[in-house]
Design a protein around this ligand. Structure first.
Ligand SMILES: Cc1cc2nc3c(=O)[nH]c(=O)nc-3n(C[C@H](O)[C@H](O)[C@H](O)COP(=O)(O)OP(=O)(O)OC[C@H]3O[C@@H](n4cnc5c(N)ncnc54)[C@H](O)[C@@H]3O)c2cc1C
Length: 421
C-alpha cells in the first residue's frame, strides 16, 4: 500500500493545529498588516517542538556521512526501514516535515514562505554545495533560526531567464572577489543576516550566457551591501520581500561556495536548479494546506448560510464548487503522498515532474481560494473569514519558484526532447 498518515503523523498534526490556534491565529491581522514580523512565531514553534535540535541532529549525521565518504570510508549498513529518524523511512520523515507546512499554510502561507526560504533554500544551498568548513560555519545558525537567511538569484532584468540575463558580477582580485549588482524580489531580503548571492564571474567573456555562475555567502551587514526596505505587495504580507544592492563588496575565497572557482562554476547552475526543484515540491504542501482550509471554511458556511429559505449548500451551483475544491484537495494530497513514496523507494523525482506538480497545485490553489471567496459572497470578500487573505496569498504560487508559463514550457520540453524550442 502507498503512503498514509500514521498515528505519529496525526499526533504531530494535532499538536501543530493547537500551536496555530494558540500562537498564530491571534496574530494574523498584525501579520497581514505588517505590524508584526513572523520570525518570533517561527522561533516559538521551533522551541515548542524541538525542531532546531532535530534539524541539528540530521545535519550532524549528514555531515559525518559526507566526511566519511570524502575520506573513502565504506558506507555504514542502513538500519531496517531505511534508517531515517527513529527508524522511520525517508518518506515518513519528509511527511513529518510537511505537516507544519500544511498546517501553517492554512492560516499564514507568508510565514511558510519566509521560513522555507531561510531554512529550506538558504541553508540547503550551503549544505548542498559548501565545503565542510562552510557548512559548519553557516548552516547551524540557519537551521536553528539564530539567523534569518535569503537566497538571491532574481535581478531587475533577470527573472524567468535568471541565468541568461544575470548581470550581477564577481571580479577576482588576487585572493578576493569584488561583487557588484542588484537583486530584487528577495524573500527575507530586508532582514536577512546570511545571504546566498548568485552571480556571474567577470571573466571578460562577451557572451554573458557563457560566463560561469558563482555562489557566495554574505553577512547582512557586509560593507557595501545595502538591504532595501520591504516592498508593498498583493499578499504574503508576513513574508518581507526586498532588494539588495551591492557596490564593490570585497570578500575572500572563504565566502565562495566550494572555495574554488572551478568547483563553484561547475556546480553553480545545477546547485541553483536543485534549489528550484526543492522549492517546487514545497509548493505542493503549501497549496494543500490552503485548499484544506478554504474547503473546511466553505463546507461549514454552505451548511449554515441560508438564502431563499434553504441552506446555500443545497444549491447545485454551490455543490459544484465544493466538489471541485475536493477534487483539487485529493489531487494535491495524492501528489504529496506519491512524493513520499518516491523518497522511501529512493526514486529521484525529475525536474519536469516537480514542475508539473507545482504548475497544477499553484493554479488549482488560486482557483479554490477564489471560489471560496465567491461561495461566501460579501462575507468572503471581508477579512473576517480570511479566505480573501488566502486568495491574495495564493497568487504568488503561480509566480515565484518559476512562473506557470515557465513550468509549462519545462513540462512540454521534457515531453518533446532536448532539441525543443
Ligand atoms: C513574493 C515574491 C517572492 C520572491 N522571492 C524570491 C527569492 O527569495 N529569491 C529570488 O531569487 N527570487 C524571488 N522571487 C522572484 C521570482 O522567482 C520571479 O518573480 C519569477 O521567477 C518571475 O520573474 P519576473 O518577475 O522577472 O517575471 P518575468 O520573467 O519578467 O516574466 C514576465 C511574464 O513573462 C512570462 N515569461 C517569461 N519568460 C517566458 C517564456 N520563456 N515563455 C513564456 N512566458 C514567459 C512570465 O511567465 C510572466 O508571465 C520572488 C518573487 C515574488 C513575487
Amino acid at each position: 500500500m502507498g503512503f498514509q498518515w500514521n498515528d505519529m503523523h496525526l499526533m504531530v498534526r494535532d499538536m501543530m493545529k493547537k500551536f496555530c490556534a494558540d500562537e498564530l491565529v491571534p496574530h494574523l491581522d498584525a501579520l497581514d498588516t505588517e505590524q508584526m514580523l513572523a520570525y518570533p512565531i517561527m522561533r516559538k514553534m521551533f522551541d515548542s517542538f524541538g525542531i532546531a535540535e532535530m534539524s541539528m541532529g540530521q545535519f550532524r549525521s549528514r555531515l559525518a556521512k559526507d566526511r566519511a565518504k570524502a575520506a573513502g570510508e565504506p558506507p555504514k549498513e542502513k538500519a531496517e526501514g531505511g534508517g531515517g529518524m527513529m527508524g522511520m523511512s525517508r518518506g515518513d520523515v519528509e511527511a513529518m516535515e510537511a505537516i507544519p507546512t500544511i498546517e501553517l499554510s492554512r492560516h499564514c502561507p507568508g510565514l511558510v514562505t519566509a521560513l522555507g526560504v531561510s531554512v529550506g533554500l538558504t541553508a540547503e544551498a550551503i549544505n548542498g554545495r559548501g565545503t565542510f568548513e562552510q557548512r559548519e560555519r553557516w548552516v547551524p545558525d540557519l537551521l536553528t533560526l539564530e539567523k534569518i537567511g535569503a537566497w538571491a538569484i532574481t535581478e531587475p532584468g533577470a527573472g524567468s531567464d535568471a541565468f541568461g540575463s544575470m548581470r550581477c558580477t564577481a571580479r577576482q582580485d588576487g585572493d578576493s572577489f569584488v561583487l557588484n549588482g542588484q537583486k530584487t524580489f528577495i524573500t527575507n531580503g530586508p532582514h536577512a543576516e546570511t545571504i546566498v548571492f548568485i552571480c556571474k564571474l567577470d571573466n571578460g567573456d562577451a557572451d554573458w550566457k557563457r560566463r560561469p555562475v558563482l555562489t557566495f555567502v554574505l553577512d547582512g551587514d557586509t560593507p557595501g551591501l545595502v538591504r532595501g526596505p520591504a516592498f508593498r505587495k498583493m499578499g504574503m504580507h508576513s513574508s518581507p520581500t526586498g532588494e539588495l544592492f551591492l557596490q564593490d563588496v570585497r570578500v575572500g575565497m572563504d565566502r565562495l561556495l566550494g572555495e574554488s572557482v572551478e568547483a563553484a562554476a561547475a556546480g553553480g547552475r545545477s546547485g541553483a536548479k536543485d534549489t528550484f526543484g526543492k522549492e517546487r515540491t514545497g509548493v505542493t504542501a503549501m497549496a494543500l494546506g490552503m485548499v484544506e482550509q478554504c474547503l473546511e471554511v466553505s463546507v461549514d458556511y454552505a451548511r449554515t448560510r441560508r438564502q431563499f429559505g434553504q441552506r446555500i449548500g443545497d444549491f447545485q451551483l454551490i455543490q459544484r464548487k465544493l466538489a471541485i475544491m475536493e477534487v483539487a484537495r485529493v489531487n494535491m494530497e495524492n501528489m504529496l503522498f506519491r512524493a513520499f513514496d518516491n523518497l522511501t523507494a529512493g526514486r529521484k523525482v525529475s525536474f519536469a515532474a516537480a514542475s508539473a506538480s507545482k504548475l497544477y497545485c499553484a493554479q488549482a490553489c488560486m482557483d479554490v481560494c477564489l471560489e471560496a471567496v465567491q461561495l461566501m459572497g460579501g462575507y468572503g470578500y471581508m477579512a473576517e473569514y480570511r479566505v480573501e487573505q488566502l486568495a491574495r496569498d495564493a497568487k504568488v504560487l503561480q509566480i515565484y519558484g518559476g512562473t506557470d508559463e515557465i513550468q509549462m514550457s519545462q513540462v512540454a520540453r521534457s515531453l518533446l526532447g532536448p532539441d525543443a524550442g
